[in-house]
Design a protein around this ligand. Structure first.
Ligand code: HEC
Ligand code: HEC
Length: 520
């Protein structure tokens, strides 16, 4: 055999070996063996190799985590932490959701303290959404027959369910076992083209350099880069970020990627322990989601990353969204591929101060005679929009209604974060200008709150719009020695030319949450 031939053959063998020992395949074999060891005792295997119940459902990693927790807690399954991880990895690869199936309900996976839960219709909202989020079932797929079994499970597990669920306005059991299960089978069926396609596709490789931008509510934007590398069965992300004032925000994290796109990481950012819930896009070029402090799920940041290699020119973040007519201001655009020529619509005057591949800083002047509206700024192929405004017409506090929770014992408080969003008059109603700094004040929401002195007891609102609840009671200093709960009016005040414009929100400060399932 010639030397060349030998090299060629050993090359093939190396390739074959390395394919066999990729973590994905090793995991899959391990996971399958664990399912055989642990689940088949109770879940019979049919002739087609399918396991009763298990093969009839699809869920997110968090969904599988909850099911396995129940198998342990109620049915006596015994697995250790490593085995549980391997099981969840295997089950969410075999019986998971396609990225597009999980997309509408990511808010609940991302552990947001504020979100608006979506129900397909009012009926389902009343039948299911009174006890848990509608996202909990929106993130599952089952055969029609398994949805029916799941209805039986609810009453079998919680015999008093119909009374607990404020459901006496309807015949819950009759409705869900004659109609609703069929509707769920139509809305959320086991077999979908999306899942078939996703399951058959090659896994994306996320290793490489990523451009990162994000927003921390109350604190503002941040930007920088992230490097993803492999670390055995895990992935490692190293962050080199900074906020828009230039203060560093750096650290790293270790993550598992479930179902080929569900990134779940834990790490440190500026020495604070964090958790990451991200989704990698189907083409593998973008990662979006949210990170939060492991001790405070309510505090964290929006996150977006773009794979730098081969990326199209794009602006991902602006240091400001707006400029007032007659003013000059420095604005930095952060993104990728930003070396092109900077230009704009007529009216705005732009001077480039600094420019490189990832950022462009310009001095923008909005002429006195220009009309308010959205103006395009282009950097080569990348396009961004700047709002030019004359007067603030109204201020809206976002969110307009939310809750915070008292802390106490081992349960940390759950804060509420508000932002003041300014609007200008437009032809068809108010047009958003953007988030602005404001003066913040908490007032009693109504007479009862006034009477109970809720403002004094419920907690503190700081000048970044963050409400920090007090400790739970009972509080002997309060009337009836009651809890430190409260009903507050949150006011944001913005001054313009000596005029005061205010926006309002309502905040209910309520008691602790004791039960914290991965999917609320
Ligand atoms: C000791 C018996 C037992 C073992 C072991 C067991 N299960 Fe179960 N499983 C049950 C019972 C009983 C039910 C029906 C009641 C329920 O849903 O809690 C069930 C239901 C389920 C369901 C359907 C429920 C739903 O709502 O999605 C899934 C999926 C499931 N099990 C997965 C597993 C997996 C995966 C394993 C192995 C890691 C496992 N089970 C091990 C007893 C068991
Ligand atoms: C009375 C309250 C109540 C109502 C009403 C209710 N659920 Fe649930 N549901 C629960 C509880 C409690 C659990 C947690 C069970 C566990 O995992 O221990 C749960 C769990 C679930 C799960 C996750 C369980 C798993 O293992 O996969 C799904 C999916 C679900 N419910 C769907 C529904 C749907 C669909 C409806 C409406 C037709 C509904 N629920 C109505 C209380 C309720």
């Amino acid at each position: 055999m010639s030397g060349k031939m030998r090299l060629f053959i050993s090359g093939i063998m190396l390739l074959a070996l390395s394919t066999l020992s990729t973590p994905a395949l090793a995991d899959s074999a391990k996971g399958k063996a664990l399912v055989n060891d642990y689940c088949t005792a109770c879940h019979a295997q049919g002739e087609n190799g399918k396991l009763a119940r298990i093969s009839d459902v699809r869920k997110t990693p968090e969904g599988w985590e909850m099911t396995i927790f129940r198998m342990q807690h109620l049915h006596g399954l015994e697995v250790d932490g490593d085995e549980r991880l391997a099981l969840i990895k295997y089950l969410s690869a075999e019986y998971g959701l396609a990225p597009s199936e999980a997309a509408p309900f990511r808010y609940v996976l991302e552990q947001r303290s504020y979100f608006v839960d979506h129900a397909p219709n009012d009926d389902l909202d009343a039948l299911c959404g009174r006890c848990h989020t509608n996202a909990r079932y929106g993130l599952q797929r089952r055969t029609e027959q398994d949805w029916l079994k799941h209805m039986h499970f609810h009453v079998g597990q919680f015999p008093s369910l119909e009374y607990q669920a404020r459901s006496r306005d309807r015949f819950w059991w009759k409705e869900v076992t004659t109609k609703t299960y069929k509707e769920l089978g139509q809305l959320y069926p086991l077999q979908t083209p999306e899942w078939d396609k996703w399951k058959a596709s090659e896994a994306n490789d996320p290793t490489g350099q990523w451009r990162v931008v994000g927003h921390r509510p109350g604190l503002g934007g941040y930007e920088g880069t992230m490097t993803i590398s492999r670390d055995g069965d895990y992935f490692k992300a190293t962050y080199n970020l900074q906020d828009l004032n230039g203060s560093p925000l750096s650290g790293d994290s270790k993550a598992v990627i479930y179902t080929g796109y569900e990134w779940r990481g834990s790490g440190l950012l500026n020495d604070t322990e964090t958790r990451e819930v991200y989704a990698i896009s189907e083409d593998g070029r973008r990662i979006t989601g949210r990170w939060y402090e492991s001790a405070h799920y309510d505090i964290g940041g929006e996150f977006q990353a773009v794979l730098i290699e081969g990326a199209e020119a794009q602006v991902l973040l602006k240091s400001s969204d707006y400029i007032r007519i007659g003013n000059s201001k420095e604005i930095t655009f952060h993104g990728v591929g930003l070396t092109g020529k900077v230009s704009t619509n007529k009216g705005l005057d732009i001077n480039v101060i600094a420019q490189n591949d990832t950022s462009v800083t310009v001095k923008i002047t909005a002429a006195k005679n220009m009309s308010p509206g959205a103006y395009k700024v282009t950097v080569g192929q990348a396009v961004a929009e700047i709002i030019v405004y004359d007067h603030i017409n109204s201020v809206q506090v976002s969110p307009a209604w939310t809750i915070a929770r008292l802390g106490g014992g081992h349960t940390p408080p759950v804060t509420a974060q508000f932002e003041a969003v300014a609007y200008m008059k437009g032809k068809d109603g108010d047009v958003k200008i953007g988030i602005m700094p404001a003066q913040w004040q908490a007032l009693a929401f109504n007479e009862e709150a006034e009477h109970m002195k809720d403002v004094d007891f419920a907690g503190q609102l700081n000048q970044q719009g963050q409400f920090m609840p007090a400790s739970a009671g009972p509080n002997p200093k309060r009337k009836y020695a009651t809890n430190n709960a409260g009903n507050l009016k949150i006011v944001a005040l913005i001054k313009e030319d000596g005029k005061e414009i205010t926006g309002k929100a309502q905040l209910i400060v309520t008691v602790q949450r004791w039960n914290k399932p991965p999917i609320r």
